[in-house]
Design a protein around this ligand. Structure first.
Ligand code: CS2
Length: 513
């Protein structure tokens, strides 16, 4: 058994080094008004950090967080012996490029439940009179939807399971629907269901999934949810790399005690959320949130610029063997490519946002990517591409095609993903493809190689190869049948294959002479 001495815990906070920020509010008085599904690093570095600031600013005792892990017990195992406390390390670099960090202990997580161990406890929490908001960061695949159509995938094994198992749901959607049924049966009021995932109209999407599921359970429940619950949409932005053992060690050295699971993030934070709540909310503006009537333009901006550029960079980098984002952006060809794609292809598709200086947003984004203290793995961003491409790259492609405009940079990003599906980089080093559609993708990839082999060599082979891969309806939908798209991607794929990543970038985005 681990000794508590030497470990971050409530009674030890006062003894932490003076420069470490700490809760400073009465944790013992807090109730869990927020149940958060998917308490991963992102939620702990974003929602919880903002909520903590609101509590420090006097939001009152109603707004503690009960976190829920949907798969593994690791977060609970790390945080329970620490009384729910953990460290947030905001990392950047000084003017000379030397890494620096600012540490703060976050206090608003009161407990962590592990759904597969005790789904009843999660349902009971959702149906607790204290609960007013159920928030989610379950990643794109956690919505169990078909990424191209946006509809609930009723054949998804978790949905099939959850419809049959009211007492032991395992998906976020099942937990929400069955938990809300309990609330309704207990005569309690509706709550706000707040998605914080990187999906367009995330609140509307969540509403669609919960209602589609609830309608299969009981039409009256679906009506009760539709009429009473609120589903605000939001844009969330903060880069949160995975914590490594080296990070744990560095943070333990700085704290003087061990934290089993600190989280790291860039200092930058954006949260733009619609001010529609069914049962109140804390004033998150203290932590940097902005409340707006309509989040859609902000979501489109963020998904297309930040996430679109991130995914484009990630696939090309994995292929080239650049392990971290800062390493990739230091390649002049990558910076030229992303800057050009944002300026000439993505920005013209964005809705107008009064007061936003897009050129500044773009340059700030490139600086965020260059942050050397984050060591953000390109392979981390590359995961789950089948769920990410539609909103990050393909919607932008559609907007370009609708106006009959070229999109060579976006095509290069898509071609990057297709090459990534090979599972080996340019030097032949293998990596795992983490994606809920991994099996289907591997099968497609093999078919594409076969089709290319039959088509001979060079451009015709790449066109056949691209045609097979972009025929994947669940990801590409109608685009797979658009000859302009398939041709542009095939051209980019050909260039990547014959010149390599650096060569293809230099050919398309030559250095200034
Ligand atoms: C990244 C995002 O992993 C990824 O797919 O693109 O997590 C990204 O860091 C955040 O959305 C930034 O807000």
């Amino acid at each position: 058994m681990e000794l508590v001495a030497g470990r971050l815990h409530a009674a030890g906070v006062a003894a932490l080094p003076a420069e470490v920020a700490r809760p400073g509010y009465d944790r013992s008085a807090l109730r869990a008004g927020i149940v958060h599904l998917g308490l991963g690093a992102f939620a702990r570095a974003h929602l919880a950090a903002v909520n903590d600031a609101a509590l420090r600013a006097g939001a009152g005792p109603d707004w503690g967080i009960c976190g829920v892990s949907l798969r593994q017990p690791a977060t609970r195992d790390a945080l329970a012996p620490q009384d729910g406390l953990y460290t947030l390390a905001l990392r950047s670099a000084d003017d000379l490029g030397r890494p620096r960090q600012q540490l703060g202990v976050i206090g608003c997580v009161l407990e962590v439940l592990v759904a597969p161990e005790d789904p009843q406890a999660v349902l009971a929490r959702i149906a607790s009179p204290d609960t007013r908001i159920v928030s989610l960061t379950v990643t794109e695949k956690g919505y169990c939807h078909d990424p191209a159509s946006g509809l609930l995938n009723l054949a998804h094994p978790d949905i099939v399971h959850d419809l049959a198992q009211p007492g032991a749901p395992r998906s976020a959607i099942g937990l929400l629907a069955w938990g809300l049924r309990r609330r309704r049966e207990a005569g309690l009021g509706p709550v706000t269901l707040m998605s914080l995932d990187n999906l367009p109209a995330n609140g509307r999407l969540l509403r669609g999934m919960v209602l589609a599921f609830a309608a299969r359970v009981d039409a009256a429940l679906a009506d009760w949810i539709a009429l009473g619950c609120a589903f605000p949409c939001s844009m969330v932005d903060r880069i949160v790399p995975r914590t490594t053992d080296a990070d744990r060690q560095e943070i333990a050295d700085a704290l003087g005690v061990r934290d089993a699971w600190p989280v790291l993030a860039e200092p930058y934070l954006e949260w733009v959320v619609e001010d529609r709540y069914a049962a109140g909310r804390p004033d998150w503006t203290a932590g940097g949130a902005r409340f707006v009537p309509e989040a859609a333009p902000f979501e489109t901006l963020k998904l297309r610029m930040v996430n679109g550029a991130h995914s484009a960079l990630a696939y090309l980098s994995v292929m080239a063997g650049w392990a971290t984002v800062d390493q990739a952006i230091a390649q002049p060809g990558v910076a030229r490519y992303l800057r050009d794609m944002m300026r000439s292809e993505i920005e013209p598709t964005l809705p107008k946002l009064p007061g936003l200086d897009l050129a500044r947003y773009r340059e700030d984004l490139l600086l965020r990517f260059a942050n050397p203290a984050l060591r953000h793995q390109t392979l981390q961003i590359a995961m789950d591409g089948s769920q990410k491409l539609p909103q990050r790259l393909l919607d932008t492609v559609r907007a370009r095609l609708a106006a009959d405009l070229p999109m060579p940079g976006l095509a290069l990003a898509v071609a990057g993903w297709l090459h990534f599906l090979r599972g080996a980089d340019q030097a032949g080093r293998r990596y795992d493809i983490q994606d809920p559609m991994a099996a289907a993708l591997a099968e497609r990839y093999a078919q594409a190689e076969q089709a290319a082999g039959l088509a001979g060599k060079g451009p015709p082979a790449m066109l056949a190869w691209t045609g097979v891969l972009t025929g994947l309806d669940a990801v590409f939908g109608d685009l797979g049948r658009d000859a302009r798209f398939v041709r542009a991607v095939a051209q980019a794929a050909q260039s990547l294959r014959s010149l390599g990543v650096a060569g293809a970038l230099d050919a398309r985005y030559p250095p200034p002479r």
